[in-house]
Ligand binder design. Structure first.
Ligand code: COA
Length: 199
């Protein structure tokens, strides 16, 4: 049976995640069954905070994933914020193969708990379906829980049924629809919510 080593340490920019995977068992990744045979082909991998120099690679993945277009400057500005949560997934040669970006936002809870928003997640096409997206999402949610976030919110294009199913299987629920939220092409969004305290 393999092991997953997870290191969390405080860095200047917040919590830094580092995973090193060495032949996993199916129950090790935050309880979610992963495609172990696929994952072991690409070990080890690293999930760490996005740094300024990563932005061109992030843009390439975002373009390939057809994510809502953020400019290089948008990512650089986001990375400077102390309320952002930006994680990169890199393989053993430190090539970036996926990323996730979100931010802490004011919550609506009477007890003052904060919420978070998830803006973008993407994994390079050839690496999809191997559990990396799940690992990125779980790392993001782990950081949210660690920061006492109550709800995590996201918008997803109504036509992106694969992503909607991906989120639902990982604990998000459909909350509302925002008419004509997206441009190019114009499309409604599905607002989804993950409640940290009940997961
Ligand atoms: C959504 C996304 C990040 C998921 O990443 P991933 O690494 O494929 O995620 P996982 O492998 O953990 O899970 C993907 C699911 O699709 C299935 N799948 C199988 N083969 C696949 C393939 N070739 N491509 C995509 N998904 C595949 C997986 O089995 C898994 O199914 P499950 O939900 O029943 O477990 C990725 O598909 C992506 O980058 N999509 C384009 C960008 C996007 O739509 N982002 C969301 C915007 S809101």
């Amino acid at each position: 049976m393999g092991e997953i080593y997870r290191f969390m340490s405080e860095s200047r920019c917040g919590i830094r995640f580092l995973y090193r995977i060495c032949g996993l068992s199916t129950s090790t990744i935050h309880g979610y069954p992963a495609k172990i045979s696929e994952m072991s082909k690409f070990r080890p991998l690293f999930i760490e905070k996005i740094e300024d120099g990563d932005v061109p690679a992030i843009i390439r993945i975002a373009d390939e994933c057809r994510l809502s277009p953020w400019s290089e400057n948008d990512y650089r500005e986001e990375a400077k914020r102390n309320d952002s949560i930006m994680l990169r997934l890199a393989n053993e040669t430190r090539e970036i193969i996926g990323f996730i970006v979100g931010r802490h936002v004011a919550g609506s809870q009477i007890d003052g708990a904060n919420d978070a928003e998830l803006y973008n997640i993407g994994v390079t096409k050839i690496f999809r379906g191997a559990g990396w997206g799940t690992l990125l999402l779980q790392s993001f949610l782990a950081q949210c829980k660690n920061d006492s976030v109550h709800n995590v919110w996201l918008d997803v294009r109504a036509s992106n049924t694969h992503a909607i199913e991906f989120y639902k299987k990982r604990g998000f629920v459909e909350f509302a629809e925002r008419k004509r939220f997206y441009t190019n092409p114009v499309e409604h969004s599905i607002v989804m919510r993950f409640t940290c305290s009940t997961q």
